[in-house]
Design a protein around this ligand. Structure first.
Ligand SMILES: Nc1ncnc2c1ncn2[C@@H]1O[C@H](COP(=O)(O)OP(=O)(O)OP(=O)(O)O)[C@@H](O)[C@H]1O
Length: 236
């Protein structure tokens, strides 16, 4: 691992599902590179391959061909050693899903503590600074059902940052939110990725939040291409 390596590198990545006539090319010769701290938005129609892109970048799916590297480490190589890929994913890659995906029985602070424990983090781990960073310190003892959609999403972001990942993969973070809350959540993601140097890849259908991204890429029929900067939605 080198400090000059991109956080994420995808070279000529292809991923297919099914056989024969039902064969679908979810990713078709995808090229993508994310520098540390870069916040990149992925747009594109339903079924275009956006979730497949996140799954492949996050070592949840192995491509049929091509190379995926995170922090300069080829995922295919890590996958050949038992447990190595799962450990690498736990240590270096964070995930944020649609409505936070919180555990219903745990308070906000306990969601973070659990992740720290699973990752073998320090016993002295204190969830307060991270909850503070996402503006949720005052809700530390609340259960998910006692939080608004936007607050749940903020806790989900704090939880994804517990292990200090270098790469954050975010799937439709504003799907359950109104416009104002959507902008708050995505602005928080942009701020956290810049401040912590986390490369963030965010899939979204929400064109009202795209101006927070450093750049955009578009997925159409499994092919990824850059979106010219003027296509960004204007700030609200
Ligand atoms: N497990 C699977 N088995 C078979 N085909 C799949 C599987 N997962 C995805 N696909 C197909 O691969 C293509 C890309 O799917 P993917 O979920 O990546 O698209 P998406 O852009 O994320 O869509 P959406 O915006 O609707 O979530 C689609 O044609 C989909 O039907």
């Amino acid at each position: 691992m080198s400090i000059t390596s991109p956080a994420l590198l995808m070279r000529d990545v292809t991923l297919e599902f099914g056989d024969g006539d039902s064969r679908v090319r979810a990713l078709d010769s995808v090229e993508l590179e994310l520098a540390p701290g870069e916040f990149v938005g992925v747009i594109g129609p339903s079924g275009a391959g956006k979730s497949s892109l996140l799954a492949t970048a996050g070592a949840l799916a192995a491509p049929d061909s091509g190379r995926v590297e995170v922090l300069g480490r080829p995922l295919a190589e890590l996958g050949r050693r038992a447990g190595a890929l799962a450990r690498f994913r736990r240590e270096h890659i964070g995930f944020v899903f649609q409505s936070g995906n919180l555990i219903p029985a745990l308070s906000a602070q306990d969601q973070l503590r659990l992740v720290n424990r699973i990752a073998g983090g320090p016993r002295s781990f204190d969830p307060a600074p991270l909850l503070d960073a996402v503006g949720m310190a005052h809700r530390a003892r609340h259960l998910p059902r006692q939080l608004s959609g936007g607050e749940r999403q903020r806790v989900g972001i704090a939880r994804a940052l517990v292990t200090r990942p270098s790469l954050l993969l975010v799937d439709e973070p504003t799907a359950a939110l109104d416009r104002a809350r959507s902008r708050q959540v995505v602005s928080l993601l942009a701020e956290q990725s810049r401040e912590r140097g986390v490369a963030t890849l965010m899939v979204t259908h929400d064109h009202g939040v795209l101006d927070h991204c450093d750049r955009l890429v578009e997925m159409v029929d499994g092919r990824l291409s850059p979106v010219p900067a003027p296509a960004h939605a204007p700030a609200a």
